[in-house]
Design a protein around this ligand. Sequence first.
Ligand SMILES: *[C@@H]1O[C@H](CO)[C@@H](O)[C@H](O)[C@H]1NC(C)=O
Ligand SMILES: *[C@@H]1O[C@H](CO)[C@@H](O)[C@H](O)[C@H]1NC(C)=O
Ligand SMILES: *[C@@H]1O[C@H](CO)[C@@H](O)[C@H](O)[C@H]1NC(C)=O
Ligand SMILES: *[C@@H]1O[C@H](CO)[C@@H](O)[C@H](O)[C@H]1NC(C)=O
Ligand SMILES: *[C@@H]1O[C@H](CO)[C@@H](O)[C@H](O)[C@H]1NC(C)=O
Length: 505
Amino acid sequence: MGAAEMYRAVILILAVLSMSEAFRLRARFPRPQSKDFRHHAKRYVCRYCNYETRSFRQKRYLISTKNWEKSGPILFYTGNEGDITWFANNTGLMWDSASEFGAMLIFAEHRYYGESLPFGNKSYESPKYLGYLTSEQALADFAVLIYHLKATIPGASESPVIAIGGSYGGMLASWFRMKYPHIVVGALAASAPILQFSGMTPCESFYRIVTQDFKLDGGEACVNSVMKTWKTVKTYGSTVSGRKKLSSIFKLCTPLKTQSDVSKVEYWLSETWVNLAMVDYPYPANFLEPLPAWPIKVVCKHLQDDTLKGDKLLQAVADAVGVYYNNSGQAKCFNTSQQAVSSLGDEGWYFQACTEMVMPLCSDGVNDMFPETKWDFNEFAKECQRTSKVTPLKHWAEEMYGGKKIDSHSNIIFSNGLLDPWSAGGVTKNISDSLVAVIIEEGAHHLDLRHKNPLDPSSVVRARNTEKFYMAKWIKEFNEKKKKKLRLRNSHKTAKTKLNYVSIF
Ligand SMILES: *[C@@H]1O[C@H](CO)[C@@H](O)[C@H](O)[C@H]1NC(C)=O
Ligand SMILES: *[C@@H]1O[C@H](CO)[C@@H](O)[C@H](O)[C@H]1NC(C)=O
Ligand SMILES: *[C@@H]1O[C@H](CO)[C@@H](O)[C@H](O)[C@H]1NC(C)=O
Ligand SMILES: *[C@@H]1O[C@H](CO)[C@@H](O)[C@H](O)[C@H]1NC(C)=O
Ligand SMILES: *[C@@H]1O[C@H](CO)[C@@H](O)[C@H](O)[C@H]1NC(C)=O
C-alpha cells in the first residue's frame, strides 16, 4: 500500500468511526430549522407577538413597548443559538406578562445567529472569524445593549431589568445575573442545564429521561420496539439489498448507498426520539415541527406490538416517525439530513459545543432505549479538531461560571420540566432563599415559557405563578431601594438647607 492509499484508508476508517460514534456526542437544543426543509412544516406565525425590529451595531433585537409604563420593568430575553424571532414567537410567557407588569419586552439576538452575523456571510468561513462566538461575548453584548436602551429610551434609565431565557438562553439568563448583577435584578432560567458539564452530571441521565418519557406515555412495548430497531437497521444496512429495502420502507429522499449512510439513519431516528421528548407538550404545538398533543403517545400507538420483526418492525417505526415529520400528510419523503449539521444555527452551535459548551452525553442500551454510545472526551476533541479545527475546553464552563458552586449569587429561578431530558443537568434543588428551583412534573422543554393554554397541566400553572411571584418581588425590592435612595438624597438636601440656615445666623 502506498502512502496515498494508506492515507485514504485512514480517512475512510475515521469517517466511518466518526459517523457511528461521534454523531450523537454533541448535545443539541431545539432550534429553528433552516429554511430548506420547511416545505412540509408551515411557518408558525405568532398573532400576539407585536414587535418592532431594530438593530444595534451587528446585533438585532426585537422590542415591544405596547404595555410599558415609564420606569416599569424591562423583561429581557437572552437570545439563544438561532433566529431571535423564533424564540420571541415561542416565549408566550413574556407576552402574557407584559400587561401584568407594565413591562417592556426585549428579545436580543445572540451574535452569529439569525441576522446578527459580525462578519456578514464570511462569519462561518473559518475559525479566524469565529473567535467572538462565545457565551461571554454574548453576555457582554446583552450588557451593552441594556446600557444603550437605558440611555436612549426616555424613562428607561430607572427601569429594573429581568433576564429571561430558555434552554441555552436560560443558561445565559442565569449566567447574566451572576456576572452582571448590577444590570439585571434577577433571572428566570427555564430548562437551563448549567450542570450538564464534565464531572457534574452523569452522562447517562439524558437518554434515560427520554426513555422514561416513552415508557410513561407509551408503555414498555413502545420502549422495546424502539430498542429492537437498532439491530434491525444495522442488519439491513449491511447489504446492498437490505439498504434498498430500508430506503424504500422509510421512504428516504436519498436512497442509502454506504454503511455510513446507514449510521445517519440511526442518528436521525435517535434525534427524532430525543426531540419528541423535548416537545412532549400537552396540546398541539408547532415548536420544532407541527405536532399533536402529547406526541409521544401518538408515536407510541404505532409501536405497541413489540413482537414485530424485520420489514414489519421497520414499517411501524416509519409510521411512528411520520407523526413527527409528516403531521401535515404532505411529506413526499423523509430526509435524514434534516436533523444533521446543515443550517447556520447548527454550525454555530457545533462550534460552541466544540469550544466551551462541552456537554457529555452517553447511552448504554440497557437502561435506555438507544444504541450504546460512550462518552470519550479525547475522541470528542479529535472530532472537533477534524470538523471545526478547534480544541474543546473540558472544564471551561465550570471555571467560568462556577458549576455547582453558585450559592454566593442571588435572585435566580431555575425551572425544569421532569419530562425534559435537559432537566438532568438542570438545577432542581433550592440552593438558597433567592436561588429557587421550580419543578414542573408534566413539563417538557421550557413549557413554562410558552403562551398560556387551557390544556396546561396544573404543575405548569403553579410554576408560572411562582415565577411571577419572584419577579414581582425583585421589581418591588428594586423600587423600594430606589425610593429609599431618593428619600435619603432629599433628607440630605433638607439637612443642608437647615445647615445653611443655621450658618447664616
Ligand atoms: C414569528 O412571528 C412573526 C409574526 O408575528 C413572523 O413574521 C415570523 O416569521 C415568525 N418567526 C419564525 C421564525 O417563525
Ligand atoms: C457575501 O456578501 C457580499 C457583500 O454583501 C456579497 O457581495 C457576496 O456576493 C456574498 N457572497 C455570498 C457567497 O453570498
Ligand atoms: C405522509 O402522509 C401521507 C398521508 O397519510 C402519506 O400519503 C405519505 O406517504 C406520507 N409520507 C411519508 C414520507 O411517509
Ligand atoms: C435534505 O436536507 C438537506 C439539508 O437541509 C438539503 O441540503 C438536501 O437538499 C435535502 N435533500 C433532499 C433530497 O430534499
Ligand atoms: C424551593 O422553594 C420554593 C419557595 O419556598 C418552593 O415553592 C419550591 O417548591 C422549592 N423547590 C424545591 C425543588 O423544593
